[in-house]
Write a protein that binds this ligand. Structure first.
Ligand code: PLP
Length: 408
């Protein structure tokens, strides 16, 4: 807030495909799909038309109790059919953080109705980002998001993101009969783009099964073709107990998220009396948001953006790797999904006082939007990006790095 107050805001006026225009009429390449969500690109009028049709027929109506609406039902069925989860059921929400609230509470409540109320502990990973609501802030793997709010949700802990052995050790330390669930992104996104180490998810799934811990995948960034499939985790051949999704499900045209759960988790709530899950929000299952998601999924399937994404992933990876030799760059992480990180050296950040915000600002002044995190610049373009646009993104980032290096 303080840095925004120091200068004029960057007001985005319109967008089309991978391009944005500001109020001055200047054009920018959207190298981040806004906040990792605009998978199909901007300006898709068929999504707008679907929303218009839906609001004209039914604006909104609650899905509490036995109320429902057609788009919510159709979307849930479509997602369940594609989810790598046994006997999948879907709970709809309004976004990623809200879905994490749902998944964390459902994990605890599931054990509660099964007569194991002591199973409350939630384990997550360093660098894991799970939104900033109450439970999300409590399991997030980045300390800076947790500080300053007093006590957060109790019974949580964070393990190194790259060690299945560390997860097992933590389960044993806490006591297997006290651990409710483990949360992991297929590729850590906002925390800096960290793909999993070899066999990580196969081992993690085995460990969770062994100790009866629910395995919850947060696919909010990785879903809906960003990793060439529906929920990202398919890439690693494991089947979780729950999948949290948002962002690319509607490409952000309207807010939407949700949780896919296995039938085993749904069962005690649906098939036994006296086990309510008293959780939900006013706009869950909003028909206009679901209609936007259905039109967005139509585009993903019709244009086969699943296959396209794998080609974009390869091209983005080889283009970003040309930056690995730059004197300011410590490491390039890419090649798993349409996302990448260019990590700056300690020498640049600490000794020379270069900030990622400065590189971000320089790139934006040159017409490319990146996402700065404390030590890296992140990219996650729309899946419809063309090869020459990827090259433009990467050469602009190189030029921005050169310009910043020359100033220090
Ligand atoms: N989970 C992951 C992996 C995310 O990247 C995000 C947001 O970036 C969230 C959850 C939270 O989603 P939202 O910002 O819609 O609350």
């Amino acid at each position: 807030m303080n840095t925004v107050a120091a200068g004029p805001e960057f007001v985005v006026e319109r967008a089309e495909g991978v391009w944005l225009w500001d109020t001055a009429g200047d054009r920018y390449l959207d190298g981040t799909s806004s906040l990792w969500y605009c998978n199909v690109g901007h300006g898709r009028t068929e999504i707008a038309d679907a929303v218009h049709r839906q609001i004209t027929a039914l604006d909104a109506y609650t899905v509490y109790g036995d109320f429902s609406n057609r788009p919510a039902r159709e979307l849930s069925e479509r997602l369940a059919a594609h989810a790598p989860v046994d006997d999948a059921k879907v709970i709809l929400t309004c976004g990623g953080g809200e879905s994490i609230e749902t998944a964390t509470k459902l994990a605890r409540r599931y054990w509660d109705v099964l007569g194991q109320p002591q199973r409350t502990h939630l384990i997550s990973r360093t660098g894991g980002y799970h939104g900033l609501h109450g439970f999300g802030s409590s399991i997030i793997g980045m300390e800076r998001f947790r500080a300053g709010y007093g006590p957060l949700v109790e019974d949580t802990s964070v393990v190194p993101h790259d060690s299945a052995a560390a997860l097992e050790a933590e389960i044993l330390r806490v006591g297997p009969d006290r651990v409710a669930a483990f949360f992991a992104e297929p590729v850590i996104g906002a925390g800096g783009v960290f793909p999993p180490t070899e066999n990580y998810f196969a081992e993690v799934a085995r460990i969770c099964r062994r100790y009866g811990v629910l395995f919850v995948v947060d696919s909010v960034i990785c879903g809906f073709a960003r990793m060439g499939n529906w929920f990202g985790i398919e890439r690693f051949g494991v089947s979780p107990d729950m999948i949290v999704f948002a962002k690319g499900v509607s490409s952000g045209y309207l807010p939407l998220g949700g949780v896919v759960t296995s039938g085993r988790i749904a069962d005690p709530f649906w098939n036994e009396p006296g086990n309510p899950f008293l959780h939900g929000t006013t706009y869950a299952g909003h028909p206009a948001c679901c209609a936007a998601a259905m039109a967005n999924l139509d585009i993903l399937e019709r244009e086969d953006l699943f296959t396209v994404a794998l080609e974009v992933e390869r091209h983005l990876d080889s283009a970003l790797r040309t930056l690995a030799d730059h004197p300011l760059v410590a490491e390039v992480r890419s090649g798993v999904g349409v996302m990448g990180a260019v990590e700056l050296t300690r020498e640049a950040l600490v000794d020379r006082g270069i900030t990622t915000a400065e590189v971000f600002a320089e790139a934006r002044a040159r017409g490319v939007i990146l996402r700065p995190v404390p030590t890296a610049l992140l990219v996650s373009p729309p899946l419809v990006i063309a090869w020459e646009q990827i090259d433009h993104l990467v050469s602009t980032l190189a030029g921005a790095l050169d310009a910043v290096a020359a100033r220090h």
